[in-house]
Every structure is written in C-alpha cells, then in structure tokens.
Design a protein around this ligand. Structure first.
Ligand code: ZN
Length: 512
C-alpha cells in the first residue's frame, strides 16, 4: 500500500475531502507561501478542514528561525490542542472509562524509557481504527480501535507504540529535520482538528496545490524510521509492563485484515502509522524473542469495551446487539455482554431490566464495575439510601475504586448532604493525582451550601486540570472579589491566582 505518513495525526472527520479554509497568516507570523506547503503535510496524513477563528487559540510558537521545539513549547502546544479537544462532544467523558484507560496507560508509562514524562490518555468516539499522539504526552484512541482489539494486550500494544513516539521525542526530532515547515504544519493541523470537530459552516473550500515545494519522500522515509523505532520501543514497554509482546503482531494482523475489508479506503491508523510486510515481520521476530507464557486476561478490558459499545449510538440498537450476542453466545466474556446490556438498558431508562442484567453478570464475575452500575440503578430508581448502602458495601471490598468513590459522592449530593460530599471529595483529591472529576463534585457540593467563593475555587481547579487556564483564572478572580471571604480563604485565593497568572505569562513568553 502507498505510504502516507506522519506519526502525529489526527482524528479527522470522515469525508471532509481536501477542503481547507482561509487562514490569517499573520496568526503564525509566516508568509502565505510557507503556509500552503505546510498544508500539504496535513493533506497526505488526513483530510483536514480549517477554521481561522480557532487558530487564534493556539500558543505563539515563535519565529521561523527556530528549528526545534523546547519541551515547554511542546507542552504548551499539546495543552492548547487538548483543551480544545476536551470541549468537543466527541471525547468520551465517562469517569470509569477514563480511569481505566489512564491506569492501563500509566502501567505502560512506568515501564517506558521516560517514566517522568506526563501523559494523559483519552478516548475519541469515532468508528475509524485510529490512535494518535499529540505533543505533550496526550494520547487519543478511537472507539473503533478499541472495538477491534480482542484483548487488553492488543490495546496496550497500540498505547505502547504511541508512548514510544512521545518518549523518543519524534515530534521534536521531526521538526529539527524539517524545520519550521513541520512546526507550522502542526499548528495548522491542530487548527484543522478543531475545525473538523466543529459543525460550523464557515469553512471556505480551497484546493491544495499539489506542486508546492516539499520533500515528501524525505519526510516519509523519516517517518518510517520513527514507526520502526516506535514498534521496537513499544514492544519493550509492553513486555516490561507485563503484557503479551505477541499482541503487537497479532494486532497488526487484525489491522491488515480490516484494511482488506476497507478496500482502498485504509483505516486511519494505517495511513498515519504505515504498515508494510517488513514491519509486521519485524514485530513478529521481536516478540518471538520473548519466552512464551500464558497471560491472564483482565476482565476489566472486556467490561470497558462493552460499556463503550453500550454508550455508542442508539441505546435501543445496542440492547438488540447485546441480546442477540448473549442469545448466540457470541462474546469473549459472558459477564461483559450482560454488563453491556445492563448499561444500554440503563441508558434507555429500563432500570428494572438493567438490574436483572447485572444480576446475570454477577453469576460469572465479581467486579466493582458491576456494583457501581447496580448502585447507579438504585439511585436512578430513587432509592438513594439503598444506593449509598451498595456503594459503602462495594467500597468495603474494593476500597480504591475510582468509580465507586465518585458514585458515592454523587449519591451524597443527591441526598443533599453537601458536608459529607465535601469531606469525601477532599479525601479523594488528596489521595489521587488525576482528581479533576472530584473537583467538579466539590464545586457542586459548595454550591449546595451556597458557598460561592469556595465553589469558584473548586471550579477553578477543575478548569485548570482540563487545561483551561484562562477559565480557571476568571473563576479565581471572581472568588477574590467575594465580600465574605475570611482572611485565610482570601490569602489562598490570591496566592493561587498569582500562581496561575505566572503560568499564563510563561506560556505566552515561551513562544516568543
Ligand atoms: Zn506510529
């Protein structure tokens, strides 16, 4: 197949064609001619549309004399792209799924060559087979890829490969080689990503001139080198983290098969991570060097996969899907199919039937996710006390489970017990690094108490963890103007505000 390569790539909306919009070139301090050549980079990796208004929100990445991105610039660019992605409805915002993916990713990162690099893993609701790394350690996976993977090790193989792109600093190395053309390409790519996710009709169509000066061949060879390196390091990460290294060639095989089904319309991942027989053979050889052993399958992967499926598209269609899968015994894990059915029934407000499906799932599996869903069903049925009892019982068995803690606090809020909710949320915030979700609950609890400035403080922390620095600062500014703050709260608000304003200055300055 034809090589089309760039590793950092981008979930594109399907069938966006080759359309690009107008760009205010002044945004980038670059002449228009260069801009067109950079658009070409975008075009052979993915179809991209561009909205000029979005480009304004990208950080200033400095003048064209600069040939490499510093780590801070890379982070600033990644943060900026990510905060925009988060606002799109396509990012899966389920606390249990996010927690699972980040725990899985965290295990791999801990076994990577750069365990101190910050990473965040997220899922984009998109049926195409794709995964991508953004600057700053943000790794996105499409639902289509998760549905294709048949085991946790296969998903881990893809994540390991993407982690390797980041730890090997392929982004910066590419920029070094291609200088600012690539840099600009990324900025445009970022803007294009945002535009492709928005539904605005203000996109001006324009053809990309195919003859613009760009050494495509050099770019592609370079990319292929990166792909081999990402495979090599990825397999090492996979094995070191305790996953099956053979899952990498197995998943490549699945991709190839999917590719044949797609005919000429190759899956996104193959376009962005070109795969050829030599690369597959090499990953087979590498994985064969590891001693053969049996790997226990993690049921949580299957539960999460079916939860994602249950939340995808129409609930009624998914209920039918799970019912027939269970009927025909077409599943990897029976309990996961019942859990998927229960989730789809829950979405369709068939709470009693959802509970029955959880009861079926429990017959073959004990898992905190089943208890969490059952408690949510009780809450939806209006049995708040029963839901609290279920959460507490489950936490007795699984004391660290993210979703159980989150659900219990939601119950306390439903019971209008904000003092209890605040206590629990603060405990989780102290105990966890990825605690944005708990700040959102904390803000809600303070709102129930009518403590406006405390609510704004918590809201600011939530925004900050979403990468929305400006919004966080606005919340703190409002909190600082509240009349009834005591001395300690006022000092804390002002100190944090100063802190975030300094960070904002730094982000602006880093570019120029
Ligand atoms: Zn790759």
């Amino acid at each position: 197949m034809q090589h089309k390569g760039c590793f950092f790539l981008l979930p594109s909306k399907k069938n966006t064609g080759q359309s690009v919009g107008t760009v205010r070139d002044s945004t980038y301090h670059m002449p228009m001619k260069k801009l067109i050549s950079s658009l070409l980079i975008v075009s052979f990796t993915s179809s991209v549309t561009l909205l000029p208004v979005m480009a304004d929100s990208l950080p200033d990445l400095g003048d064209s004399a600069q040939t490499t991105l510093s780590r801070q610039q890379e982070q600033a660019l990644g943060d900026s792209i990510m905060s925009q992605i988060r606002m799109s409805r396509d990012v899966v915002d389920d606390v249990e799924i996010k927690d699972y993916l980040n725990r899985l990713g965290g295990k791999l990162v801990a076994a990577s060559p750069d365990p101190r690099q910050r990473f965040e893993f997220f899922i984009v609701s998109d049926p195409t087979l794709n995964a991508f790394a953004l600057p700053g350690g943000y790794i996105g996976v499409h639902t289509g890829l998760i549905f294709t993977a048949q085991s946790e090790s296969e998903l881990a193989a893809v994540l390991g490969h993407e982690i390797a792109h980041v730890t090997q600093r392929h982004l910066s190395r590419s920029i070094e080689k291609n200088q600012n053309v690539m840099l600009l390409g990324l900025a445009v790519l970022a803007a294009g990503l945002l535009a492709s996710r928005s539904n605005s009709g203000q996109i001006t169509e324009a053809a990309i001139a195919g003859s613009q000066a760009l050494t495509i061949q050099g770019q592609l060879n370079f990319t292929r080198e990166h792909e081999y390196e990402a495979d090599r390091i990825g397999i090492q990460i996979l094995a070191a983290a305790g996953f099956d290294p053979r899952a990498m060639p197995v998943f490549f095989g699945r991709m190839e098969k999917t590719n044949r089904l797609y005919d000429n319309n190759a899956p996104e991942y193959l376009r962005t991570h070109p795969l050829d027989s030599a690369r597959i053979a090499e990953s087979q050889n590498r994985s064969a060097a590891y001693p053969y052993k049996q790997y226990a399958e993690n049921p949580e992967f299957h539960l999460m996969r079916e939860k994602l499926r249950a939340k995808d598209g129409s609930a009624v269609a998914q209920i039918r899907y799970f019912e027939s899968a269970i009927n025909d015994r077409r599943f990897n894990l029976e309990a996961a199919s019942y859990y998927g059915l229960a989730t789809a029934l829950f979405r369709d407000h068939q709470f009693q039937k959802a509970h029955q499906a959880v009861v079926q799932a429990r017959k073959t599996l004990s898992h905190p996710l089943l208890e969490s869903l059952d408690a949510q069903i009780s809450l939806a049925l209006g049995n708040k006390d029963e839901a609290v009892r279920q959460y507490l019982a489950a936490l007795g068995k699984y004391p660290n489970h993210y979703g159980l803690h989150y659900g219990l606090i939601q119950c306390r809020l439903a019971q209008h017990q904000p003092t209890e909710a605040i206590k629990l949320a603060q405990q989780q915030i102290a105990a966890r690094t990825s605690n944005g979700d708990f700040y959102a609950l904390l803000a809600e609890a303070y709102a129930q108490q009518g403590q406006e400035s405390a609510q704004q403080q918590a809201q600011a922390e939530y925004y900050y963890r979403q990468g929305l620095l400006d919004e966080a600062i606005i919340q703190l500014q409002m909190a600082a103007h509240a009349k009834n703050n005591d001395f300690y709260r006022q000092s804390a608000i002002e100190a944090r505000l100063k802190n975030l304003q300094e960070e904002q200055e730094l982000v602006k300055k880093k570019g120029s």
